[in-house]
Design a binder for this molecule. Structure first.
Ligand code: IPM
Ligand code: MN
Length: 353
């Protein structure tokens, strides 16, 4: 029995989560695993009503789940940063979800903005460090608000944090067994302390993985290569901030936010899965938002839970829906189908196997 906490969150989050749960339910019927889903209403509305973002007691409660399924965080009436820090980043840090896993896969039938690139060219995974770097909140102001103001934001990179991320990436690359190629993305020519550590650890750990080809790319160059030669990449490992940036570029080349999903992984603890597109408040309640990213997040969650058969079925169903030509576009409002109809179709294909 898998215990899953569900945080539908803000905007269109609840709508896409509903479709994700529909598919989860169907996958459970089809393959026989059992799960219990417990919903929590944390998000912008609750914050505006009660002033509560995500209390520490709730975090403790969330620890009892193996996985969290998150819809979206972000409310137009809440100052940017409050919910992102108070919910998303709080959970990532509290649960020590030290990996942000972002598959970048172009499915057949999906429009790609890159000329002459197809599904066989775009199939890689970014392993982003998720608990360190510029995200730790280390730094501060001096003489704030004066002409002499100083603002410092430090990137924190620990040997332990860097090593566990790099080891995860090597293991992931081996298990994925595609090209067995791992690329370190950094900026060693400028970040001569932080990325010196990354490079040394990468090269050290690489010796334990003679079956994996290693490569290095500066972050600016990788942005160029993702567009020009995405077929070069199999698994990419990088720090928190660079990972944040390059995975949005990745999302665009795989067809946009309508399809992009991510996992915040603690291999030994509670992991969290989310569509990465945000809450898209203007589409709330209109049955116009694409639920495929949330359904992909469910697929990743099933994989994490060890339900490989169910996960494979869900991915197969997503591919079937996309190659059927029934969805006109992955963008909200342009699908030619409603949110619930897309969910129904995926669920139907999951049942059919
Ligand atoms: C992401 C998001 C978050 C991040 C924001 C919402 C804090 O952009 O998951 O990539 O920067 O990590
Ligand atoms: Mn981001």
């Amino acid at each position: 029995m898998h215990r899953i906490a569900v945080l539908p969150g803000d905007g269109t989050g609840p709508e896409v989560v509903e479709e994700g749960l529909k598919v989860l339910e169907t996958a459970s019927d089809a393959t026989g695993f059992k799960f219990e889903a417990v919903a929590y209403d944390f998000g912008g509305d609750r914050y505006l009503e009660t002033g509560e973002v995500l209390p520490d007691e709730a975090v403790e409660e969330l620890r009892s789940f193996r996985a969290i399924f998150l819809g979206a965080i972000g409310h137009p009436d809440v100052k940017p940063g409050i919910l992102e820090h108070g919910i998303l980043l709080k959970i990532r840090f509290a649960m020590d979800q030290y990996i942000n896993l972002r598959p970048v896969k172009l499915y057949p039938g999906v429009d790609c903005p890159l000329k002459d690139k197809g599904p066989s060219d775009i199939d890689f995974v970014v392993v982003r460090e998720n608990t360190e770097g510029l995200y730790v909140g280390s730094g501060g102001f001096v003489r704030k608000g004066t002409p002499e103001e100083v603002a410092i934001q430090e990137s924190v990179n620990t040997r332990k944090g860097v090593e566990r991320c790099i080891r995860y990436a090597f293991d992931y690359c081996r298990a994925r067994d595609r090209d067995r190629k791992l690329t370190l993305c950094g900026k060693t020519n400028v970040l001569t302390y932080a990325h010196d550590l990354w490079e040394r650890v990468f090269n050290e750990v690489a010796e334990e993985y003679p079956d994996i080809t290693t490569d290095y790319a500066h972050v600016d160059a990788i942005c160029m290569w993702f567009v020009k030669n995405p077929e070069w990449f199999d698994v990419v490992v990088t720090d928190n901030m660079f990972g944040d940036i390059i995975t949005d570029l990745g999302a665009m080349i795989q067809g946009g936010m309508g399809i992009a999903a991510g996992g915040n992984i603690n291999p030994d603890g509670t992991s969290m899965f989310e569509p990465i597109g945000g809450s898209a408040p203007k589409y709330t309640g209109k049955n116009m938002i694409n639920p495929l990213a949330a359904i992909s997040a469910v697929q990743m969650m099933l994989d994490f839970l060890g339900e490989k058969d169910a996960s494979a079925r869900v991915e197969k169903a997503i591919v079937k829906v996309l190659s059927s030509g029934k969805i006109k576009s992955l963008s909200a409002g342009q699908m030619g189908m409603g949110t619930t109809e897309v969910g129904d179709l995926v669920a139907k294909y999951v049942l059919e196997g």
